[in-house]
Design a protein around this ligand. Structure first.
Ligand code: ATP
Length: 317
């Protein structure tokens, strides 16, 4: 079995981890990026394709694909769900992630504190963030202090959902749910730095939330323990609602306000780019394994252990 992914997002993380665990690897790469990936010594992994969705036409019988953010964005959840490709992780979770209502339902089922959602602009009684559907990286979002301001800012032809705007520190915590070891591991935390919402000076009220990159974060240990419980509750809620096991990496996206309440506004059921800050290891994975383990390597360890236990099929539903 080979481990493969498309050349973007966290591909360096995934492919280097798979190599470290002794797997043959496939990095599906467009011609313009190949010299970049070659510069990391990955020439033996590169398979050139003209566009990422071409991978669905390739023979992938002996490849386990590791999905990441660009993977879903470029190929589309529906196409992935109807294909025969072997994905590491839950295909069903991709559907829940794409649908805002299902997403909120799952977070509520897990008992997470979520920002209040308004179904119409008239209902708004707090500052809000208006989100457009299916936006990547917060494009087209705006913030408004009340209903009147929100109505003035809305583009009439756009469909928005309104969420209470939480003022605080954005914290992204990543986990790994292991079937092989039957446990949920807390992997790491990071801060997503966004332009120009995270800039210090501004002269307008239309911040952009486009992600520039991620900064490593180490949480207070008492707070980390709270996040650990949230991760366990999320994995349990997933199993209750979707009736499948949660497999591999996931991330809960939160904001901690000044009363130290943790609001969860999003999750990702796959590797997130924030784990790239923890190559070659996160402090927590180092403590769990006694050696450097980054997320790409953690995924490869799981695949190997599931193969040894004859459980790999279950990890690719
Ligand atoms: P991605 O797919 O990259 O995760 P997205 O388009 O789904 O992004 P969100 O993650 O929902 O968008 O939001 C983008 C950014 O907007 C967040 O990273 C955060 O900075 C801000 N944000 C989202 N919801 C809230 C909220 N309720 N209160 C305050 N800020 C928020």
């Amino acid at each position: 079995m080979k481990i493969g992914t498309i050349a973007s997002h966290s591909a360096l993380n995934i492919i280097s981890g798979a190599k470290k665990e002794g797997f043959d690897t496939q990095l599906y790469c467009t011609p313009n990026r190949s010299s970049f990936y070659r510069s990391f010594g990955l020439e033996d992994s590169i398979v050139i394709i003209d566009s990422f969705d071409e991978i669905l036409d390739l023979d992938l019988t002996d490849v386990i694909l590791v999905p990441h953010g660009s993977f879903v964005a470029y190929i589309g959840a529906e196409k992935i769900l109807s294909s025969e490709i072997k994905l590491f992780g839950n295909k069903e979770l991709l559907r829940w992630e794409e649908d805002r209502n299902l997403k909120t339902r799952l977070m509520q089922e897990a008992g997470l504190l979520v920002p209040r959602e308004y179904t119409s602009v008239e209902e708004i009684i707090s500052p809000v963030i208006a989100k457009t559907h299916g936006a990547a990286g917060g494009e087209g979002y705006f913030i408004a202090k009340d209903s009147t301001e929100a109505q003035a800012k809305m583009n009439p032809s756009t469909d928005y959902s309104f969420q209470e705007y939480i003022i605080g520190t954005k914290v992204f915590v990543t986990y790994f749910n292991s079937l092989a070891r039957k446990r949920t591991e807390i992997f790491g935390a990071d801060i997503r730095y966004e332009t120009d919402a995270d800039a210090n000076l501004r002269f307008d009220d239309r911040p952009s939330f486009i992600v520039v990159g991620n900064l490593p974060m180490v949480l207070r240990e008492s707070t980390l323990a709270q996040y650990y419980d949230m991760g366990l509750a999320f994995a349990d809620a997933f199993e209750r609602l979707i009736r499948q096991k949660l497999i591999g990496p996931f991330c809960i996206e939160t904001i901690i306000d000044k009363e130290q309440r943790i609001f969860s506004f999003e999750f990702s059921g796959r590797i997130v780019a924030g784990t790239n800050v923890w190559i070659p290891t996160s402090p927590y994975s180092y403590l769990q394994f006694g050696e450097p383990v980054w997320m790409g390597r953690r995924i490869a360890i799981e695949i190997r252990e599931l193969m040894e236990q004859g459980q790999l099929e279950e990890a690719m539903r």
